[in-house]
Design a protein around this ligand. Structure first.
Ligand SMILES: Nc1ncnc2c1ncn2[C@@H]1O[C@H](COP(=O)(O)OP(=O)(O)OP(=O)(O)O)[C@@H](O)[C@H]1O
Length: 276
Protein backbone atom coordinates (compact mmCIF):
# COMPACT_ATOMS: atom_id res chain seq x y z
CA UNK A 1 0.00 0.00 0.00
CA UNK A 2 1.57 3.25 -1.09
CA UNK A 3 0.01 6.28 0.51
CA UNK A 4 2.81 8.67 -0.40
CA UNK A 5 2.71 12.14 -1.85
CA UNK A 6 -0.39 14.07 -2.64
CA UNK A 7 -2.94 11.48 -1.49
CA UNK A 8 -5.82 13.09 0.28
CA UNK A 9 -6.60 11.96 3.80
CA UNK A 10 -9.98 10.39 4.41
CA UNK A 11 -10.56 12.91 7.22
CA UNK A 12 -11.08 16.05 5.21
CA UNK A 13 -10.21 18.72 7.74
CA UNK A 14 -9.47 22.20 6.52
CA UNK A 15 -5.76 21.74 7.19
CA UNK A 16 -5.62 18.55 5.13
CA UNK A 17 -7.41 20.28 2.28
CA UNK A 18 -4.85 23.04 2.30
CA UNK A 19 -1.91 20.64 2.41
CA UNK A 20 -3.17 18.06 -0.08
CA UNK A 21 -0.75 19.18 -2.80
CA UNK A 22 2.32 18.94 -0.60
CA UNK A 23 4.49 15.87 -0.01
CA UNK A 24 3.96 13.82 3.07
CA UNK A 25 7.17 12.80 4.79
CA UNK A 26 5.43 10.56 7.29
CA UNK A 27 1.90 9.32 7.62
CA UNK A 28 0.16 7.12 10.13
CA UNK A 29 -2.89 5.13 9.12
CA UNK A 30 -5.26 3.97 11.85
CA UNK A 31 -2.29 3.66 14.20
CA UNK A 32 -3.21 1.92 17.45
CA UNK A 33 -1.27 0.90 20.55
CA UNK A 34 -2.91 -0.96 23.41
CA UNK A 35 -1.43 -1.95 26.74
CA UNK A 36 -3.59 -4.80 27.97
CA UNK A 37 -7.08 -3.39 28.06
CA UNK A 38 -5.97 0.23 27.76
CA UNK A 39 -5.65 1.85 24.33
CA UNK A 40 -3.06 4.64 24.54
CA UNK A 41 -3.15 5.51 20.81
CA UNK A 42 -6.36 4.76 19.02
CA UNK A 43 -6.89 4.71 15.25
CA UNK A 44 -4.74 7.78 14.65
CA UNK A 45 -4.41 8.75 10.99
CA UNK A 46 -2.12 11.73 10.68
CA UNK A 47 -0.03 13.25 7.90
CA UNK A 48 3.09 15.29 8.45
CA UNK A 49 4.27 17.27 5.46
CA UNK A 50 7.82 17.71 4.31
CA UNK A 51 9.67 20.63 5.96
CA UNK A 52 6.81 21.63 8.22
CA UNK A 53 6.89 22.02 11.97
CA UNK A 54 4.01 20.09 13.46
CA UNK A 55 3.24 20.08 17.15
CA UNK A 56 1.38 17.32 18.93
CA UNK A 57 -0.52 18.56 21.94
CA UNK A 58 -3.01 17.07 24.36
CA UNK A 59 -3.63 16.77 28.09
CA UNK A 60 -1.53 14.45 30.27
CA UNK A 61 -2.03 10.83 29.30
CA UNK A 62 -3.44 11.73 25.85
CA UNK A 63 -0.98 9.38 24.10
CA UNK A 64 1.62 11.85 22.78
CA UNK A 65 4.71 10.02 24.02
CA UNK A 66 3.31 6.66 22.96
CA UNK A 67 2.70 8.13 19.51
CA UNK A 68 6.37 9.26 19.39
CA UNK A 69 7.50 5.81 20.55
CA UNK A 70 5.61 4.33 17.61
CA UNK A 71 7.15 6.79 15.12
CA UNK A 72 10.71 6.23 16.38
CA UNK A 73 10.35 2.45 16.73
CA UNK A 74 10.66 2.20 20.51
CA UNK A 75 7.26 0.51 20.38
CA UNK A 76 5.50 -1.61 17.77
CA UNK A 77 1.88 -0.77 17.07
CA UNK A 78 -0.92 -3.15 17.96
CA UNK A 79 -2.40 -2.33 14.55
CA UNK A 80 -2.16 0.27 11.82
CA UNK A 81 0.65 1.45 9.59
CA UNK A 82 3.33 4.10 9.41
CA UNK A 83 4.62 5.27 6.04
CA UNK A 84 7.89 7.20 5.77
CA UNK A 85 8.44 8.69 2.33
CA UNK A 86 5.81 6.24 1.10
CA UNK A 87 7.38 3.08 2.58
CA UNK A 88 5.95 1.05 5.46
CA UNK A 89 8.22 1.29 8.50
CA UNK A 90 6.12 0.22 11.49
CA UNK A 91 8.05 -3.04 11.84
CA UNK A 92 11.55 -1.54 11.52
CA UNK A 93 13.70 -1.30 14.68
CA UNK A 94 14.79 2.17 15.88
CA UNK A 95 18.34 2.02 14.45
CA UNK A 96 17.01 1.32 10.95
CA UNK A 97 14.64 4.26 11.24
CA UNK A 98 17.58 6.43 12.35
CA UNK A 99 19.44 5.37 9.19
CA UNK A 100 16.42 6.42 7.11
CA UNK A 101 16.62 9.90 8.65
CA UNK A 102 14.26 9.75 11.61
CA UNK A 103 15.89 11.05 14.79
CA UNK A 104 14.60 11.50 18.29
CA UNK A 105 16.36 13.72 20.76
CA UNK A 106 16.52 11.27 23.67
CA UNK A 107 17.55 8.41 21.39
CA UNK A 108 21.13 9.57 21.46
CA UNK A 109 23.27 7.06 23.25
CA UNK A 110 26.65 8.22 21.98
CA UNK A 111 26.94 11.34 24.12
CA UNK A 112 30.16 10.73 25.96
CA UNK A 113 30.44 12.83 29.13
CA UNK A 114 34.25 12.63 29.19
CA UNK A 115 34.64 13.87 25.61
CA UNK A 116 34.35 17.48 24.57
CA UNK A 117 31.22 18.87 22.97
CA UNK A 118 32.96 19.05 19.60
CA UNK A 119 34.28 15.49 19.86
CA UNK A 120 30.78 14.21 20.59
CA UNK A 121 29.41 15.83 17.46
CA UNK A 122 32.42 14.74 15.40
CA UNK A 123 31.68 11.12 16.30
CA UNK A 124 28.18 11.57 14.87
CA UNK A 125 29.65 13.06 11.68
CA UNK A 126 32.02 10.07 11.46
CA UNK A 127 29.14 7.66 11.97
CA UNK A 128 27.20 9.34 9.18
CA UNK A 129 30.16 9.04 6.78
CA UNK A 130 30.88 5.53 8.06
CA UNK A 131 34.45 6.45 8.96
CA UNK A 132 36.27 4.52 11.64
CA UNK A 133 39.17 6.06 13.47
CA UNK A 134 42.62 4.89 12.44
CA UNK A 135 45.77 6.13 14.13
CA UNK A 136 47.63 5.71 10.84
CA UNK A 137 45.52 8.33 9.10
CA UNK A 138 46.87 11.84 8.89
CA UNK A 139 45.18 14.21 11.32
CA UNK A 140 44.17 16.49 8.43
CA UNK A 141 41.93 13.68 7.25
CA UNK A 142 39.82 14.28 10.33
CA UNK A 143 39.93 18.05 10.03
CA UNK A 144 36.99 18.28 7.62
CA UNK A 145 34.91 16.08 9.94
CA UNK A 146 35.63 18.51 12.73
CA UNK A 147 34.63 21.45 10.53
CA UNK A 148 31.35 19.75 9.71
CA UNK A 149 30.79 19.10 13.42
CA UNK A 150 31.54 22.72 14.19
CA UNK A 151 28.89 23.84 11.69
CA UNK A 152 26.28 21.77 13.53
CA UNK A 153 27.36 23.37 16.80
CA UNK A 154 26.93 26.80 15.20
CA UNK A 155 23.38 25.88 14.16
CA UNK A 156 22.48 25.28 17.81
CA UNK A 157 24.62 28.17 19.05
CA UNK A 158 26.85 25.91 21.11
CA UNK A 159 30.14 26.69 19.39
CA UNK A 160 31.42 28.75 22.36
CA UNK A 161 31.35 25.50 24.35
CA UNK A 162 33.03 23.38 21.66
CA UNK A 163 36.07 22.56 23.80
CA UNK A 164 34.17 22.00 27.05
CA UNK A 165 33.53 18.53 28.39
CA UNK A 166 29.99 17.34 27.65
CA UNK A 167 29.59 16.54 31.36
CA UNK A 168 30.08 20.21 32.24
CA UNK A 169 27.12 21.45 30.18
CA UNK A 170 23.97 22.86 31.74
CA UNK A 171 20.72 20.98 31.08
CA UNK A 172 19.64 23.31 28.27
CA UNK A 173 23.04 23.04 26.62
CA UNK A 174 22.82 19.24 26.71
CA UNK A 175 19.54 19.44 24.82
CA UNK A 176 21.28 21.64 22.26
CA UNK A 177 24.08 19.10 21.96
CA UNK A 178 21.53 16.35 21.33
CA UNK A 179 20.02 18.45 18.55
CA UNK A 180 23.49 19.17 17.08
CA UNK A 181 24.14 15.42 16.98
CA UNK A 182 20.82 14.80 15.24
CA UNK A 183 21.67 17.48 12.67
CA UNK A 184 25.09 15.88 12.10
CA UNK A 185 23.46 12.54 11.42
CA UNK A 186 21.54 14.18 8.57
CA UNK A 187 18.24 13.66 10.33
CA UNK A 188 15.40 14.60 8.00
CA UNK A 189 12.62 14.16 10.55
CA UNK A 190 13.39 15.51 14.02
CA UNK A 191 11.20 14.24 16.85
CA UNK A 192 11.54 16.67 19.74
CA UNK A 193 9.87 15.49 22.93
CA UNK A 194 9.28 18.47 25.22
CA UNK A 195 12.59 20.17 24.41
CA UNK A 196 11.99 22.85 27.06
CA UNK A 197 11.18 20.43 29.89
CA UNK A 198 13.24 21.01 33.00
CA UNK A 199 14.86 24.15 31.63
CA UNK A 200 15.50 27.31 33.55
CA UNK A 201 13.67 30.50 32.55
CA UNK A 202 16.87 31.75 30.92
CA UNK A 203 17.37 28.60 28.86
CA UNK A 204 13.88 28.39 27.30
CA UNK A 205 14.23 31.36 24.87
CA UNK A 206 17.58 29.99 23.68
CA UNK A 207 16.21 26.59 22.73
CA UNK A 208 13.19 28.23 21.08
CA UNK A 209 15.57 30.33 19.00
CA UNK A 210 17.42 27.17 17.93
CA UNK A 211 14.21 25.35 16.93
CA UNK A 212 13.00 28.45 15.13
CA UNK A 213 16.19 28.77 13.12
CA UNK A 214 16.11 25.07 12.12
CA UNK A 215 12.47 25.50 11.08
CA UNK A 216 13.25 28.62 9.06
CA UNK A 217 15.96 26.89 7.07
CA UNK A 218 13.15 24.67 5.72
CA UNK A 219 15.42 21.74 4.99
CA UNK A 220 14.04 19.38 7.66
CA UNK A 221 10.75 18.37 9.21
CA UNK A 222 10.15 18.78 12.92
CA UNK A 223 7.52 17.12 15.09
CA UNK A 224 7.30 18.66 18.51
CA UNK A 225 5.57 17.51 21.69
CA UNK A 226 5.18 20.50 23.94
CA UNK A 227 2.98 21.57 26.82
CA UNK A 228 3.68 25.30 26.59
CA UNK A 229 0.84 26.44 24.38
CA UNK A 230 2.18 29.93 23.72
CA UNK A 231 5.37 28.39 22.41
CA UNK A 232 3.44 25.87 20.27
CA UNK A 233 1.28 28.63 18.76
CA UNK A 234 4.36 30.63 17.95
CA UNK A 235 6.47 27.84 16.43
CA UNK A 236 4.03 25.54 14.64
CA UNK A 237 2.87 25.44 11.04
CA UNK A 238 0.23 22.92 12.10
CA UNK A 239 -0.95 21.38 15.35
CA UNK A 240 -2.54 18.00 15.98
CA UNK A 241 -4.48 17.41 19.17
CA UNK A 242 -4.67 14.02 20.83
CA UNK A 243 -7.31 13.30 23.44
CA UNK A 244 -7.77 9.93 25.13
CA UNK A 245 -5.52 8.43 22.44
CA UNK A 246 -7.60 9.71 19.54
CA UNK A 247 -6.93 12.50 17.08
CA UNK A 248 -9.29 15.25 18.08
CA UNK A 249 -8.21 17.92 15.61
CA UNK A 250 -5.49 18.82 13.12
CA UNK A 251 -5.00 22.24 11.58
CA UNK A 252 -3.29 25.60 11.69
CA UNK A 253 -2.60 27.14 15.12
CA UNK A 254 -5.50 29.51 14.59
CA UNK A 255 -7.91 26.72 13.66
CA UNK A 256 -6.86 24.70 16.69
CA UNK A 257 -7.14 27.58 19.16
CA UNK A 258 -10.62 28.40 17.87
CA UNK A 259 -11.80 24.79 17.80
CA UNK A 260 -14.67 24.30 20.29
CA UNK A 261 -13.96 20.60 20.74
CA UNK A 262 -10.35 21.35 21.61
CA UNK A 263 -11.43 24.04 24.04
CA UNK A 264 -13.88 21.80 25.83
CA UNK A 265 -11.47 18.83 25.84
CA UNK A 266 -9.07 20.90 27.84
CA UNK A 267 -11.85 22.55 29.89
CA UNK A 268 -9.77 25.69 29.97
CA UNK A 269 -6.63 23.72 30.85
CA UNK A 270 -5.19 24.58 27.44
CA UNK A 271 -4.14 27.95 28.70
CA UNK A 272 -3.27 26.81 32.20
CA UNK A 273 -0.74 24.42 30.67
CA UNK A 274 1.05 27.42 29.20
CA UNK A 275 2.14 28.33 32.68
CA UNK A 276 3.91 24.98 33.32
N1 LIG B 1 4.42 1.05 28.77
C1 LIG B 1 3.17 1.31 29.17
N2 LIG B 1 2.42 0.38 29.81
C2 LIG B 1 1.16 0.63 30.19
N3 LIG B 1 0.52 1.80 29.99
C3 LIG B 1 1.21 2.77 29.37
C4 LIG B 1 2.57 2.59 28.92
N4 LIG B 1 2.98 3.75 28.33
C5 LIG B 1 1.95 4.60 28.41
N5 LIG B 1 0.89 4.02 29.02
C6 LIG B 1 -0.41 4.65 29.27
O1 LIG B 1 -0.89 5.16 28.04
C7 LIG B 1 -1.53 6.42 28.23
C8 LIG B 1 -0.85 7.46 27.36
O2 LIG B 1 0.43 7.73 27.90
P1 LIG B 1 1.46 8.73 27.21
O3 LIG B 1 2.67 8.76 28.06
O4 LIG B 1 1.62 8.35 25.79
O5 LIG B 1 0.67 10.11 27.30
P2 LIG B 1 1.21 11.60 27.09
O6 LIG B 1 0.19 12.32 26.29
O7 LIG B 1 2.60 11.57 26.57
O8 LIG B 1 1.21 12.14 28.59
P3 LIG B 1 2.15 13.26 29.29
O9 LIG B 1 1.80 14.57 28.67
O10 LIG B 1 1.73 13.18 30.72
O11 LIG B 1 3.58 12.84 29.06
C9 LIG B 1 -1.47 6.72 29.70
O12 LIG B 1 -2.68 6.33 30.29
C10 LIG B 1 -0.32 5.86 30.19
O13 LIG B 1 -0.49 5.49 31.54
Amino acid sequence: MDTSASVKSTDSLQGDERNSERNKIIETVKLTKSFGGHTAVSDVSLSIFDKELKSIIGPNGAGKTTFFNLLSGQMKPTSGEIFYKGNEIQNLPPHKRTKLGIGRSFQITNVFPTLTVLENVRLAVQAKHNIHYSMFRHYKYYKHLEEEAYQSLEKVKLEPKAEHLASSLAHGEKRKLEIAILLSLDTQLLLLDEPTAGMSVDEVPQIIEVIESIRDQRDRTIILIEHKIDLVKHLSDTIAVLFHGKKLADGSPEEIMNNDQVQSAYLGGLYNDAED
